[in-house]
Ligand binder design. Structure first.
Ligand SMILES: NC(=O)c1ccc[n+]([C@@H]2O[C@H](COP(=O)([O-])OP(=O)(O)OC[C@H]3O[C@@H](n4cnc5c(N)ncnc54)[C@H](O)[C@@H]3O)[C@@H](O)[C@H]2O)c1
Length: 216
């Protein structure tokens, strides 16, 4: 994909942080975007911000959706196809995610399970829902935001192996999708995100960069 102009992108977790910035930058480059978030007000704000900086003809929609609930993901898919009058999407950024869990032994089971519900099942449901539409694009790209927590059981002294280390690695859904998707000219990538001020950290630990490359 050489340009975002005229494409349609889906961004989950578009209500704040990196998701909001993704929506804003895609829109500014001429890409229509359907963004969803658990927080309906926040994603509506993102949509308004993105519209301000978008060239004419770009359509931005904001949707309430909990990606941990498959029925809500399917509703979001239906809404966006109708609102964007489209039968395909070109890009899907599965960005929604949470931190949580902690010690498997000492911390609450509910926190572990919610973290898995959002960080693993949320990515899985979105891949299930959107892969056919990416294939229909003919040049679709799926980007699952991961975490450096997925590469190490612990990020250093004082931190523990946590739910995020397992759920946010997202290796299984991404790598499992790569080869079947590739045959349909659709790529799957796992984007490993570090702490926001993480560039220097990556420089000090170049091995971590491997996780940020497009697969294959
Ligand atoms: N910021 C970092 O340092 C960092 C590090 C590692 C991984 N990540 C990952 O990058 C992604 C974005 O991070 P961020 O810092 O911008 O986070 P953020 O908390 O600023 O934004 C995440 C957004 O996702 C939304 N969200 C949460 N659960 C949701 C759900 N079930 N359904 C729909 N939306 C939901 C939140 O409401 C929020 O708007 C996340 O997946 C996060 O785990 C971030």
């Amino acid at each position: 994909m050489d340009s975002f102009t005229g494409k349609l992108a889906v961004v989950t977790g578009g209500g704040s942080g990196m998701g909001r910035e993704l929506v804003r930058q895609l829109a500014a480059q001429g890409c229509s975007v359907a963004a969803c978030d658990l927080n309906a007000d926040a994603v509506a704000q993102t949509a308004a911000l993105a519209r301000e900086g978008a060239p004419p003809g770009v359509r931005i929609s904001g949707h309430a959706c909990d990606v941990a609930e498959e029925a809500q993901v399917l509703r979001f898919r239906g809404e966006l196809l109708e609102q964007h009058a489209s039968d395909h999407v070109d890009l899907v950024f599965s960005n929604a995610g949470i931190g949580g869990g902690g010690s498997f032994v000492n911390d609450r089971r509910e926190d572990w399970e919610r973290t898995f519900a959002v960080d693993w099942w949320g990515v899985y449901y979105c891949a299930r829902a959107f892969l056919p539409l990416l294939i229909a694009s003919g040049d679709g790209v799926l980007v699952n935001t991961s975490s450096v927590n997925g590469f190490w059981a612990t990020l250093g002294p004082g931190t523990r192996a946590s739910t995020g280390s397992c759920a946010r690695s997202r290796k299984t859904p991404t790598t499992t999708l790569c080869w079947p998707a590739w045959r349909h000219r659709t790529r799957a990538a796992r984007r490993a995100s570090g702490p926001v001020a993480g560039r220097r950290r990556l420089a000090a630990n170049p091995g971590a960069e491997a996780g940020g490359r497009l697969i294959p």
